[in-house]
Each structure stands twice: as structure tokens, then as C-alpha cells.
Design a protein around this ligand. Structure first.
Ligand SMILES: [Fe+2]
Length: 221
């Protein structure tokens, strides 16, 4: 499942969240480390942090404001995790971790851009294929590497989108699965998809226009 909600945030909402983001992104930051050698090989820059998050408490001003916005689009009783995220390296193929081991009846991820999408370089690519854990996806990669003939090429994602940071050499694993949709970042809109759908960020870094991307990230349900 993949949906986009247009005009979900007003220009005032966007301005408020941008200011709040700047105020909080370096407060109690949670950094996701990345191997600098791998970063050089894949992205052509030596970075040691993939992204920085500021995780909201349930009673933060931003969380309360976001609840009023998101409640128009998701069941009102669901809980959500909210983080401000500054991304320095475009995320590779992954699923978002489910809150519990059981398959949740409602488990979505929402992306709410706070950066201007110059030249349309910011996208989130979402495949139909679902995995219930990281291990489940690792098993798929392992099986693909062991016998690629068993995985026919059924899409042209690698030609259509900037996913070159996900798989370096052909045949591309990205082309063995069909797309659910592509979220083209637009200020004011929200991209929503099932957490178990395989997804990645587009490789915006290679265009050398900006050195980071700011979003609000929600894990809902
Ligand atoms: Fe994700």
C-alpha cells in the first residue's frame, strides 16, 4: 500500500515545523553511525553518520500539533512514533521495524518533507514486496546472490529511479520486484506506506545540490 496526501500541512504548519526542527534537531540527538569506507565506496563521500534524529515525546508541542494533522488521514486511536530526521546519506533498501513481533493490523510509515525538493531529487521508492523482518530481507539477498537465475528481472526501477546506492552491479535486485509507488517529496504533502514494504530513499546526494535532507518521520500503529 502506498498513498500520498496533498496539502495536508498549511504553509503556517510547515513554517512552524521547520522552526521547531531547527530548534530541536541537535537536542538529545540520536545518530545512526555508518562505515566511512563503505560511505566512500557507495556515495563517494566519507561520512560516518547516516542520519540524525530528535525523537519526540508524546506530549511535545510538535507531537500534539502533528496528531491533529495526521488524524485526518489515519484511524484516530492509533499511536505513533515521531522523529525529526536529518539525513546525510540516502537510505538503502530496508523495511521499517515493526513495533512488535506480531504482524500489526495497522503499521504505516509517514514521511513529511521539510526541505524544498530542488530539481525533484527527493523521492522515496516503495516496492510491493513485503518483508516481516530485516532477517527476512537478508535471506532474500542471500538467495538472490546464490542463484540469480531464480530471480527474473520484472521491472526497470534501476533505469527509472536513482537507486544506484542500493545495488552496485547488474543484475539489480531492485528490478526483481515491482513498485507499489514513488513518493515525490512536496512541501505540505505526506507520503504513507506499510512499514513492511521494502523501500529506500532516492540517491539525492549524487546531484551535489544539497548535503542533507530534513523530514518528519512517523511510525504509526
Ligand atoms: Fe524507512
Amino acid at each position: 500500500m502506498f498513498e500520498t496526501f496533498e496539502n495536508a500541512l498549511t504553509p503556517d504548519d510547515i513554517a512552524w515545523f521547520k522552526a521547531d526542527f531547527e530548534k530541536l534537531i541537535n537536542v538529545d540527538p540520536v545518530d545512526r553511525p555508518y562505515d566511512s569506507k563503505k560511505s566512500q565506496e557507495i556515495y563517494g563521500i566519507t561520512a560516518t553518520v547516516m542520519d540524525r534524529r530528535h525523537i519526540h515525546t508524546e506530549d511535545s508541542e510538535g507531537n500534539c500539533k502533528m496528531r491533529r494533522i495526521i488524524n485526518r488521514h489515519v484511524p484516530p486511536d492509533v499511536t505513533f512514533y515521531m522523529a525529526y530526521q536529518r539525513q546525510f546519506l540516502p537510505h538503502q533498501l530496508h523495511i521499517d521495524k515493526l513495533q512488535s513481533d506480531k504482524e500489526a493490523p495497522y503499521a504505516k510509515s509517514a514521511i513529511i518533507p521539510l526541505s524544498e525538493n530542488i530539481n525533484g531529487i527527493f523521492k522515496t521508492i516503495v516496492w510491493n514486496r513485503q518483508f516481516l523482518s530485516d532477517q527476512d530481507f537478508q535471506d532474500y539477498i542471500q538467495a538472490f546472490n546464490a542463484d540469480k537465475d531464480q530471480f527474473p528481472i520484472i521491472s526497470d526501477v534501476s533505469q527509472m529511479y536513482d537507486v544506484d546506492h542500493c545495488w552496485l552491479d547488474p543484475p539489480f535486485i531492485t528490478d526483481t520486484m515491482t513498485l507499489a509507488g514513488v513518493y515525490d517529496y512536496k512541501l505540505g504533502s505526506i507520503g504513507l506506506f506499510d512499514q513492511v514494504n521494502l523501500h529506500c530513499s532516492s540517491n539525492w546526494l549524487k546531484y551535489k545540490i544539497v548535503d542533507h535532507k530534513d523530514i518528519i518521520l512517523l511510525h504509526i500503529g
